[in-house]
Design a protein. Structure first.
Length: 138
């Protein structure tokens, strides 16, 4: 894990870097690369057999700006989070839920917009676009 300042954290996110903030030490955030989940053993040979694809673009500037502001607010309140960018989208994972910035905002894993940490960032989300709270499937 790497220790970086809040301003450096926001700049790296605005540059489109996938990051995981695992904790805080004083004024510094403890940052690591985002790691996926691997279920089962996969050999290097099996990985090389997978079709290699060219990424279809990155996140839009508006998504980078919004993700940077959300990261600033979460870091100021010492909340652990993960930011992952994809083609034309940004996903912020917080606790057991996530916030996806696409055409609008999709929020999943939260029971209401009043659940922490959403009140800290709801104004940024509403400024970005239409906010929809996705309900779990029954």
């Amino acid at each position: 894990m790497e220790r970086i300042s809040l301003s450096a954290l926001v700049e790296r996110i605005k540059a489109g870097e996938n990051l995981e903030v695992g904790g805080y030490e004083g004024e510094y955030a403890l940052v690591d690369r985002v790691r996926g989940i691997v279920k089962g053993d996969i050999s290097a040979e099996e990985l090389s057999d997978l079709k290699k694809r060219r990424p279809r673009g990155g996140p839009a500037k508006k998504q980078l700006e919004a993700a940077g502001e959300i990261a600033r607010r979460l870091a100021e309140n010492k909340i652990a989070f993960k930011v992952v960018f994809g083609p034309r989208e940004a996903t912020i994972r917080v606790g057991r839920g996530f916030i996806r910035l696409v055409d609008g905002v999709r929020i999943a894993g939260f029971s209401s917009l009043d659940e922490e940490p959403l009140p800290l960032i709801i104004d940024v989300l509403e400024k970005y676009g239409d906010v929809k709270l996705l309900k779990p499937l029954k």
